[in-house]
Write a protein of this length. Structure first.
Length: 307
């Protein structure tokens, strides 16, 4: 497999970045194992006397090629990404095991934003949709820091409409009833019906709230898991706000724009270039890294930069 620095260009030179990614990755995997087994430190909001969700038993990795006998549908797992190597090293092998055990045919796409604009999760998902190929017929919009712990969670083809895996009653952080972030499954036909997601959301947050309105406007009904009894311990949330501060600034007109519905933009006007496309293996789990250069019209959305 190619070295990580060449796949994820950044400001640091190649060798220090490579060492930093490996060290953080191993530390993250150790932390994940300790925290879900009850041996690591307890977060501030958790009852220190309560037992923790046990770690899922490790399963051997399946072959890189999925089995056609698993069914006719194939999932494109779209993962918006920027500079979160330690989470990625845990995410790819974990999700490959999880989906293979459920016999979900899948391909993991890491949508790595390598331009100098602010992070744009929605545009990256639009790009991932367009670049995921004709051999996949449904998508999962999936955060890199959210791991499903409950094997009963459904990742199968959402023929009846968008299926929100990380529903408000299960997500460890977001509990309002219109929330559709974290992990959302849609058929490619339904995503096209919504014209994808708005490209106007630079920085963190609000793009999934706007997408909820698109779903409703397209006449689709969001479905959510039923019969899941693990509550807020259904997922492992890897994000450390002290270490990974999110870009939540609202600049100038962005403060008003964040609450508006974008009735024109989406799949039809996302502007980007693929710098490179690389197939690689992370701990035996296959994935494809797309290094993506997004473009921004500063007349339309001047908040895509801090300048």
């Amino acid at each position: 497999s190619p070295p990580l620095p060449r796949l994820f260009p950044g400001r640091l030179s190649a060798f220090p970045l490579f060492l930093l990614a490996l060290l953080l990755g191993f530390a993250s995997l150790l932390w994940l194992q300790l925290s879900c087994s009850g041996e690591g430190p307890v977060s501030g909001g958790q009852d220190r006397g309560a037992p923790r969700q046990p770690c899922p038993p490790p399963a051997p990795l399946q072959p890189a090629r999925d089995e056609s006998s698993w069914g006719p549908h194939r999932l494109a797992l779209l993962v918006p990404f920027r500079e979160r190597f330690e989470e990625l090293l845990a995410f790819v092998p974990y999700m490959h095991r999880f989906l293979s055990k459920k016999k979900i045919r899948h391909h993991i796409f890491i949508l790595n934003q390598v331009d100098h604009f602010r992070f744009n999760r929605a545009s990256l998902i639009n790009v991932g949709f367009l670049e995921s190929g004709n051999d996949t017929d449904y998508i999962a919009m999936h955060d890199v820091d959210l791991l499903p712990l409950n094997e009963h969670l459904d990742y199968s083809f959402p023929e009846a409409g968008p299926f929100h895996v990380a529903s408000p009653e299960l997500h460890p952080l977001y509990h309002y009833k219109t929330y559709v972030g974290g992990i959302l499954l849609l058929t490619k036909q339904h995503y096209e019906l919504c014209n994808g997601m708005s490209n106007r959301f630079w920085g963190w947050g609000r793009e999934d709230d706007e997408f909820y309105r698109r779903i409703k406007g397209a006449g689709l009904q969001v479905r959510r898991p039923s019969g899941i009894t693990t509550g807020y311990e259904t997922f492992q949330h890897l994000h450390d706000p002290a270490w990974r501060k999110r870009d939540q600034k609202r600049i100038a007109a962005q403060k008003q724009e964040q609450f508006k519905v974008d009735r024109e933009g989406g799949l039809n006007n996302v502007r980007y270039r693929i710098e490179s496309r690389t197939d690689l293996s992370v701990a035996g789990a296959p994935c494809t890294v797309l290094n993506i250069l997004l473009d921004c019209d500063t007349n339309e959305t001047p908040w895509c930069t801090f300048g």
